[in-house]
Ligand binder design. Structure first.
Ligand code: ZN
Length: 266
């Protein structure tokens, strides 16, 4: 799978010398509610979550929802959590300010769509039934009766990128005489693609906004895993052979991966 994406998609911070603070005034829905003003004054984008598996406090930026999650182990002291968030207020602000500007699906927006910028044209008509989406001459035309067709546009994009990824994966697998199972697109947040041992491949649907070389590289990466289930030197050689431009794809994702999260989000 495409690891390191965790770091690309998420920026996290954890305290250096964390000492569990006992269970007095532990985090619960009640204490979170009781102290919510303190958290809001640090950042209105701060969201608290208690995770049974968490061993320590973590602040994590989610570029898709533009939220900063404060993940807390059970029985963490609420004041310790407030202190931790307060100490990292500058980090929270900085990370949020670094996020690419959101580009919602609105009439006139320029949306990269399978490697090329497209103009989004939304024609609303109460009288019509359903929604029709057509793509021609770099214009995505949405004829719709909906006030906000964003979800419908997203579904269209998911279908189109799935077909694209499916065809690419099968072509590349044929080159190395391997069989691809199902190809699915998901709302994965931690990785761009993954490959199961049964040959099923999953991809993040947001690759629809990426340049073609990037889509190509992510597919090559997962198809190469059909042969090597690791990231050895032999794996990378095969991945390179299956990619149009592996280095460009890798570098682009590292540098610009976060921008894929900014389209269609409000
Ligand atoms: Zn991998």
């Amino acid at each position: 799978m495409l690891d390191r994406l965790w770091q690309i998609l998420y920026n996290e911070i954890t305290p250096k010398n964390f000492i569990p603070a006992g269970n007095f005034d532990a985090v619960t829905q009640t204490t979170i509610h009781h102290h919510q003003d303190r958290f809001k004054s640090i950042s209105t984008r701060l969201k608290l979550r208690v995770s049974k598996r968490a061993r320590r406090m973590t602040l994590r930026l989610d570029p898709e929802t533009r939220a900063v999650h404060l993940i807390l182990p059970p029985r963490m002291n609420i004041n310790t959590a407030v202190d931790f968030a307060t100490q990292n207020r500058a980090w929270i602000r900085e990370k949020l300010s670094e996020l690419p500007k959101p580009v919602p699906f609105t009439d006139g927006a320029i949306i990269p769509f399978i490697g090329r910028d497209h103009y989004l044209e939304i024609i609303s008509d109460d009288a019509r039934r359903g929604t029709d989406i057509t793509v021609k001459n770099r214009i995505i035309t949405v004829d719709t009766s909906l006030d906000n067709p964003s979800m419908r546009i997203e579904r269209y994009m998911r279908d189109r990128i799935r077909d694209e990824l499916d065809a690419l994966a099968r072509d590349k697998a044929t080159l190395i005489r391997r069989r691809v199972g199902d190809v699915r697109v998901r709302d994965t947040k931690s990785r761009w693609g993954s490959c199961a041992e049964d040959g099923n491949l999953s991809f993040c649907w947001r690759l629809v906004f990426a340049p073609r070389e990037v889509i190509d590289y992510v597919v090559a990466h997962e198809v190469a895993h059909l042969v090597h289930f690791d990231h050895s030197a032999t794996f990378w050689r095969l991945c390179d052979r299956l990619s149009d431009d592996m280095n460009y794809g890798r570098d682009w994702l590292k540098e610009h991966g976060q921008t894929l999260m900014s389209y269609g989000t409000v």
